[in-house]
Design a protein. Sequence first.
Lengths: 106, 321
Amino acid sequence: MSDNVITLTDTSFDELINSSDVPVVVDLWAEWCGPCKMIAPTLAEIATEQAGAIKIAKLNIDENPQIPQRYGVMSIPTMLVFRNGELEKRIVGAKPKASLLQEFGF
Amino acid sequence: MSDVHDVVIIGSGPAGLTAAIYTARASLNPLVLEGEPSSTSDQPGGQLMLTTEVENYPGFPDGIMGPDLMIAFRSQAARFGAQIETVKASKVDLSERPFKIWVGDPDTADPTYLAHTVIISTGATALMLNVPGEARLLGHGVSTCATCDGFFFRDHDIAVIGGGDSALEEASFLSRFAKTVTIVHRRDELRASQIMIDRAKNNPKISFLWDTVVEEALGEQTLSGLRVRNNKTADVSELAVTGMFVAIGHRPTTDLFVGQLALKDNGYLITDAPTARTSVDGVFACGDVQDDSYRQAITAAGSGCTAALDAERWLEANVDH
């Protein structure tokens, strides 16, 4: 189901963010976070429906502590939206699909 | 306009999903409006989505994670054919049958769904303090979900606001990460259960600030402290914390039903105990939305079963198939 969602790590993060021609949404999540689990299918849907217009990636904060620390993340789910390698937006908390699409610029 | 559903269930915590399991097994093809994702308790799966280990749900001798329990409830309902939609009801009209339910824009002329019976299981929503700084610093030290965010407060000094079971449970959980946890409570005694009180009082990281209310969350970019007032001495001081978790209770999620169903003064739906019948024939309620005294996952699930059986009997008596 989440074939179009890219799995990022602390080491692969910068390369993807800096090389992407389209905006990248990075979903910071963890196994023990209920709201993270609830939005995962929604993000997977968006990744499929908007393939080519946006990239959706996920980063497990348990396994990858550096990226959340770099961006001062204190709450999950947090979605970081990057355009041309620059952090453009930070979305804190799970939200319905329509709100997420709007936040992502659709 | 769409076909009339036999059963529409609004809400998807233990009550709503138990009602879904029972009505699905009775071949009533229930439609579950499970709600929309959020980071508050008002979300699919309900309040348990924000908890960690559930130790008192029978059948799980080693405990189970709240979100895992709710995912299992949902799979079980889906297995028997419950139709589950990730949408939120925005308006209901219970004044005539079939009952009308809207999702999305409530001002559309035609309702989204029609139903012979409605089972209301919208649960309860966690209260916030509504003090200056709280909303602005949400996600920057102020959290609505201890289990989601505790990880980020390793070696921080943090505060938990409240004096009930959920406050003490959050404090115990957060003490795994935090350097210190201060429980700020407006009274000088706790209303939590004895096992939770003992656990908190024996925890060297947890301390109590009694008779104290929070007046403001302080900090520019991130939370740096709380302005607190002792409500006996009226002394105002600053509590230096970089995390604040609010657990001051819940209110029933009944806004949709005001003026249509009989409510208690405290906002809870009135049911005709021991049944799940509300003041409107054909509308049933279960779970925390109608329970101001027990509020447990197991009592919610039990009342969900009651509502399902009541709805089934009502349909047999009132609707020809």
